[in-house]
Design a protein around this ligand. Sequence first.
Ligand code: NAG
Ligand code: NAG
Ligand code: NAG
Ligand code: NAG
Length: 481
Amino acid sequence: MDTTYKQLVDMEWRKQDNRKTQLYSKSVIILVTVATVLLVSMALYNLLTPRVSSSPNAPSSNLRLPQGKSCSDPCNIVLVESIPEGLEFNSTTTHPSIFQAWLNLMAEARSSLDIASFYWTLTNKDTGTHEPTALQGETILKKLTQLSGKLSVRIAVNTPQETQPQDNLQLLSDSGADIRTVNMRELTSGVLHTKFWIVDKKHIYIGSANMDWRSLTQVKELGAVVYNCSCLAADLGKIFEAYWFLGESQSIPSPWPASFSTLYNENTPLQLQLNNTPSSVYLSSSPPSFCASGRTPDIQSILSVMDDARSYIYIAVMNYLPTMEFSHPKKYWADIDTQLRRVAYERRVKVRMLISCWASTQPVMFSFLKSLASVYDPKSKLDIQVRLFVVPATPKQKEIPFARVNHNKYMVTDKIAYIGTSNWSGDYFVRTAGSAMVVNQTESLSLEPTVQSQLKAVFERDWSSEYSTPLTQHSNLKHLC
Ligand SMILES: *[C@@H]1O[C@H](CO)[C@@H](O)[C@H](O)[C@H]1NC(C)=O
Ligand SMILES: *[C@@H]1O[C@H](CO)[C@@H](O)[C@H](O)[C@H]1NC(C)=O
Ligand SMILES: *[C@@H]1O[C@H](CO)[C@@H](O)[C@H](O)[C@H]1NC(C)=O
Ligand SMILES: *[C@@H]1O[C@H](CO)[C@@H](O)[C@H](O)[C@H]1NC(C)=O
């Protein structure tokens, strides 16, 4: 996965950087003009409230959109996980498997299935393996080909490289699926990294799992399914339609046509019943150039969820780097890092970061993580802690390429559950297509715990498990991963 990504995003840096610089200077001029006008008309108080990092496309916090229509659908949300073969937790916290969730979604499908995806390797043949645990992936592919003949199946996928296996896509296409490749390398020098499903414009899945058999049995993944929720599905549909459009046009509209815009965002989330509990929900998207009017860019949603936390922020991501890791020349990118240090310092928010460690982890990641973990002093209530999660592997499991890793991408605070599809380094928010669902359920009226508390339990299970090790200034990583 690592090399693939690098190869995919390598070439066009300089061209893009120049173009971006011009774009940014234009945006800066526009922003300055707008800000001046606002300064005259608004109370100084509003403007001086410390809102961190606003991207050029971010909906202005001062803009009052009409309060989002509320949704009367009986939406039902379920957290879903892939737990790698052999990984066992001493815990009662368990969730249905992503494999089962995908089977359920296909069983529900009556008219349409839209899938946004990075790459497709659902069979042993694709990975040159002979693993019994590829069966789940192969089953998914088989069911998808059956559906492709019966109803509208649309697949948006990152333009594959010649070296990548394309058998799955060929098979699906031959079975009647409609496939569009999105050339992210040309569009943004990134990749289409989003992973979500929309079924019958009514049920959705979003999460970390790729269309890869390993994501069902050999890689640790987390996602969410929302059933019976056409309001949310319609909004995710707009993000899908943007990829679908780009697959055809191969150029990014600016501005996006009104049909892609949304009312639901950070400031005016969708009000709905989730598991019989009043909730507010919105979907964020990256990169900012893919955000039509009203859409909160993914980085902005992460920063605002952190800003909003009062007691704790728990983060589980595979990769964490305050850099544009795929950029040449090297570039520092500290939006998230700064926000974490800020809330830890200004509000004494407790920060816990569970990061993955495997053979392909870049050593520089640990230098930056150690730096974050040094923001720790119980006397002054500074409390950032980092742990590394290692998925153990038997000699046989070690032979499976790019498996046995915690691929989660979520965050949970005392108020919010954030479920995303991006690694946490600059590239994913600036050049790469990803998306996230942000759920706010302040109190549960039903007997079922809120999504926030369920996600917190997942985090706590993993954090305190035997697979996680505290990162200290003296950690010897050679022995760990
Ligand atoms: C996330 O980061 C890891 C480590 O660099 C990489 O292997 C993986 O490919 C990334 N995700 C994607 C699909 O780019
Ligand atoms: C599992 O957890 C319980 C309760 O925390 C503990 O008493 C028990 O020793 C644990 N067992 C193992 C195998 O770690
Ligand atoms: C969705 O709604 C239908 C009809 O109201 C119901 O039968 C079904 O159980 C619901 N599905 C879920 C997963 O809640
Ligand atoms: C969560 O929802 C509650 C109730 O609607 C609201 O008061 C609160 O401001 C929301 N929090 C965030 C972070 O959006």
